[in-house]
Design a protein around this ligand. Sequence first.
Ligand code: SF4
Length: 415
Amino acid sequence: MNFNYNFSNDNLDKDFQRIIEKFLSGLDISIQEGVVLFKARGKEQKILFNLANSLREKINGNKVSFVINRNINFTNVCHMGCSFCGFAKKIQDKNSEWLSFEEIVLRSKQAWNRGATEVCIQGGLHPKLPSNYYLELIKSIKKELPDIHIHAFSPFEIWYGAAKSKKSYYDFISELKEHGLGSMPGTAAEILDNKVRSVLTKNKLSAKEWIKIITTAHKVGLPSTATIMYGHVDKPIDWANHLDIIRNIQRKTNGFTEFVPLSFIYENSPLYLENKKLVRKGPTLDEVYNMHAVSRIMLSGYIENIQVSWTKLGPQVAQNTLDLGVNDFGGTLMNESISRAAGSKYGQEITSLEMVKIIRASGKIPIQRNTLYKTIKTYEDNDPNYIEPLVPRGSLDPIKFLNQKPNSSKLSSTH
Ligand code: SF4
């Protein structure tokens, strides 16, 4: 690894220095040590970023990946009442939506024709969802597009579908896999601590249940992502604890493909709007950067891919994270509803050409991958063809910042 630091040159925090030296000797970072790393600022923070960047380089080389995919949120109707959620609507709301299978298949075909290798499908827990809905959805897409990868259904949806169909998690997930489910998003993890979850989700899906569903999926042979949603009522100890839980699951199952930090978007979140004094406006920029760097370090040896969410952070801040541990820019998405419903101002889509430009401008080699991180195409000095965004993005231009110097959000410490 290309990390050489002479600790004797700087008057560093002794605890921080001990933790880094311990890590460099080959030992894992403990939960309490993770908290110290999350709080690093100034000289210590620079070392943290350098270490995370060196680990990225050692594990992923100079390549940064992205996947061409389409998000399909088949319904925004959900009566679970998670307090942070700005996406869910009630059946009677006039902007409630429930797509037909025909429409979902049509959207999948459009995506396939635009080069997508994956559809990412999630929806609210609609009270009228038939018990075989999830299975029939998979079947209807696979019938028309047998080669597309279906990345679908959060553990909350699996919990709901298994309960509705009165099946064990194992049987329910096995059946979905058998009919073409390729992997699962590890969303609905939020913070894997019941005290925090009782504020966010009324603890309807407990941390224990989330872990049980994810480990069952891995046991069935279905890989998943892992996520954290941070910057609301949580604290660094909750983040370190969460990473430790993810690490322990991976130690047992090796089923996680990547870790994706998701920053809390407060603007339309009832959690924030109803408790402005108690709930934060999402993480600070320092916290965003440290989250990606500490994830890289704490998950080193367990999860190879750290993905940034450009829908939450915007393309410019997302690009900055490529210098502190991140090796994956996520999906082109084509349609993004959940972050935008919560108040995110970033667009629906970053086309593959734009992905390539953003990644290359950070000095890395862009690669198009499939969902399971197999390289499809390397863009060393060639570009993908120009393609119009599926949905017009108005004045939002995701690569405008590349022509604006200097990069004002580069590792600064504002909100
Ligand atoms: S986060 Fe998901 S489960 Fe919770 S209310 Fe929103 S859509 Fe429903």
